[in-house]
Design a protein around this ligand. Sequence first.
Ligand code: GTP
Ligand code: SPV
Ligand code: MN
Length: 612
Amino acid sequence: MTDVDAALDAAGLTNQAVREYVGHWAQVLGPERIEVVSAADDARLIEESLAAGEIQPAGEGRYYSRSYYKDTARSEERTIVATSNPSDAGVYNNWRPAEEMKPLLVERMRGQYAGKTMYVIPYLMSPPGSPLEKYAAGVELTDNRTVVLHMIRMARVGISLINDLEDPDTFVRAVHVTGDLENLGQGTPDDQRYFVTVADERTILHFGSSYGGNALLGKIAHGLRQAAYDGWVSREFLSEQFMLIGITDKQTGKTWHICGGFPSASGKTNLAMMLAPDGLGDRYHVSFYGDDIAWLWVDPEDGRLYGMNPEFGVFGVAKDTNETTNPTALESVAEGTQVLFTNVAWNEQTYEVWWEGKTKNPPADLEGWHDWKGEKLSDRSDRDDSPWAHPNSRFTTTLANVPNVAADFEDPAGVPIDGIIFGGRTSDREPLIRAITDLAEGVYDGLTLGAEATFAAEGVDGQLRYDPMSMRPFMSYAEGDYAAHWLRIVGAAKEQPIFAHVNWFQKDPEDGHFLWPGYRDNLRPLLWLMQLKDGEVTGRQTPVGILPTEEELVLDGCNVAADDLATLLDIDVPRWRDEMGFREDHLKQFDRLPEAIWEAHRRVAEALDDLG
Ligand code: GTP
Ligand code: SPV
Ligand code: MN
């Protein structure tokens, strides 16, 4: 066992509460060494990881890693929220009593750092100086150097952030243990993994993975689950799986800010990095604030709703990222960006990377290429047409590398919110956009978001399910209370944001093509939404919201067939009537659902019935 005090003294870590926490867990985990890291250590850690073969070079200032082949996505089944209060149990948060889970995790973790380094990562999930800074500090302990490299990109990491806390004891205790990945029974009845947030103790205990949200604890576990719980208990803020963008009209100088949630791997990063489509680029500019998490609160001074991205980087889906769909993403992972790729295909001779959809066809010359499992492509049998890159393969790069990042992206004041959108992968029923001006109807719409699940979680790809506000896997307290908290926070804003439901994924039932071109063209319905909010267009009222007319939608240079457009801008009333019954069953599951949400449901249902 190492001398904890000596290691912390040498690093200059003076926060006494943090020292006690590290000391306590050093006893449990039994590391051989302790190293406290800051972002300034990145270059050295990269060199060490390269030397150890944990990462590989992928061109100048670019790196590549592979995770264990059974450890490539979040596990929803093994993710648990534990507290001491049974009424925190919701339908989706896999609630368990804290007194049951904590000892279980401690036993599982005991001695697991033997022979290893314990990395101590002090981090902040907000720009310094944010009004929510007291909810943002954390210290992750990990035995995995690649996790450290990811955390340095995804969060602000440094010893001074934790030494200088206003309240030295207010930080999230986040313990990560990789575990013996080859013997954890992933996905079997004997699964050993546990990803637990003890929300009322602000403690995160994750055992059995080195991938993404399972292991980078600042991001999903703290930034979403813990923060959502903190925001509710304090009555101060919301934390949502939301992207956050600015749209500037260069002619008038006006900027709108829109945030919104789509389930995992359903287009948040792509929307946030969007360039205006060719026909509109002279007039409009989209700026990037965040692509995965937003914290929302009302400023007591001006009474407006504000939004802020607590993260420092992007953990983006690689699949289908190319010059047409997302040139901005490619620029953000260019040479010199210090990007880390995970589970894409990699060439050991040229150091190139490739994923499905990067180019139309994979590289023709197989020389040097390995798939995401590390197998040589030249050794593959002709019958094997499995993807070269894992569908949930990702790139990790800092916000500052994103070419359209907003000039004020680090402003701790956040930005005022004009619109809140919900969406997801829905092959039918959901039109391109429907705007909602009433708060309760907007919250109701979020709660009834139905979409196809994606490969970002193990074993649920393609399953149609309700995903309230796209928070289903990240929900930390009961859904009825969550709805009430939404009504409370947004309801307190003097100027109400406009809500909308969007869908870029409607398909032709015959040949399966996407009716809407998507990507850059998604700016068009959002512009319409802002014009609607400003009273410049009126749209067409339907029972499920206001839809744009064809004339109102700016479509110059947009490649969409006339009959597809007609489908995109209409609602299928019988389908919607069926949907209302499913929604009723869905909402009935939630205890303490506010009456305002039921009223909104009944209003929509009656309006559909009234159509005759
Ligand atoms: P998480 O990081 O998992 O939360 O995902 P995300 O919501 O940020 O999703 P992302 O933007 O990375 O997109 C996921 C996948 O959807 C990628 O393969 C994209 O290419 C694809 N996609 C994104 N936007 C569109 C769109 O407008 N149309 C179509 N057809 N596909 C899209
Ligand atoms: C998601 O799955 O929604 C992500 C990636 O953003 S992860 O960090 O793995 O949760
Ligand atoms: Mn996400």
